[in-house]
Design a protein around this ligand. Structure first.
Ligand code: ADP
Ligand code: UDP
Length: 234
């Protein structure tokens, strides 16, 4: 195999130049971080699990008409994807209260939201990924209003598709984060969808099966990720 050129190393993934200008290889690492990089660790085989889960969900989303960057899985922790010019926004969609929404509102964790809540965060490590409203997005010129509306609608559509997918596998999709970008004038879903970027609870027991086990030192982190993979593949 020829040596791949590393373009960028992030907290959870390495991004390599693809065989073509308009493609990339994304390698999923076992490294885990939380609280804006302040907590660091490793989760055994996380990269393998998250690559596989992301590949499966991107395939289902494409079948449901949600255009995304996924092309193919090339090895156990690497996906070939379309190269995007990323929009520095994190689109968070929530079905139940948890995490920062719990802290901001005081509502009890697990409270069902009558209508999904969509939020935008500025993807900026130096600022700690702050929550933005639509006017902030305009002030920062991160995306024009019509693109913001498309991002929110895409977030809701992804929520419909993957909530049903997880529900059929006895998992509650509590909340999740998406990232989008542009390729040849097309707005595509990028990055990953995994237990690193979703909160997933077992439907019967409400057991947390995602990165909250790492964030909160709940133990059984790698086991929970493996169980999510097993259910996603069924
Ligand atoms: P972070 O940058 O937050 O530490 P990662 O370790 O997950 O995150 O790094 C992956 C990086 O690759 C992110 O910055 C993400 O926005 C970017 N990315 C994801 N998919 C694509 C794509 N298809 N094209 C270009 N960049 C992408
Ligand atoms: N999330 C993420 N990356 C981030 C911030 C949040 O993947 O940089 C995900 C997180 O895993 C959860 C959802 O987005 O599924 C909502 O996260 P929240 O705002 O509650 O932040 P947290 O308290 O988890 O940092």
């Amino acid at each position: 195999m020829t040596e791949r050129r590393l373009l960028y190393e992030g907290k959870a993934k390495k991004v390599f130049l693809g065989d073509r200008e308009d493609e990339l290889f994304v390698e999923f690492k076992d490294d885990a971080t939380a609280f804006n990089g302040q907590k660091r660790g490793q989760i055994a085989e996380k990269g393998v699990v998250n690559a596989r889960i992301s590949a499966r969900l991107f395939t289902s989303l494409a079948a449901a008409g949600v255009a995304n960057h996924f092309l193919e899985q090339v090895d156990d922790r690497t996906l070939k994807v379309r190269r995007l010019t990323m929009i520095p926004l994190e689109v968070v969609v929530r079905n139940r209260v948890a995490g920062s929404l719990q802290q901001r509102t005081g509502l009890a964790e697990g409270t069902i939201l009558e209508r999904p809540v969509v939020e935008l965060y500025y993807k900026n490590d130096a600022l700690g990924d702050p929550l933005l409203n639509d006017d902030h997005v305009q002030a920062l010129r991160l995306a024009p209003p019509e693109v913001v509306e498309r991002l929110k609608a895409l977030g809701r559509r992804v929520n419909e598709v993957i909530s049903a997918y997880f529900d059929a596998r006895d998992l509650i999709l509590v909340d999740f984060k998406l990232e989008f970008g542009w390729a040849q004038g097309e707005l595509l879903l990028g990055d990953e969808i995994s237990p690193d970027t979703c909160r997933l609870w077992d439907k019967a027991s409400l057991t947390k099966m995602d990165k909250d086990r790492f964030r909160r030192d709940l133990g059984g982190v790698a086991e929970a990720y493996q169980e999510v993979l097993a259910r996603v593949l069924r």
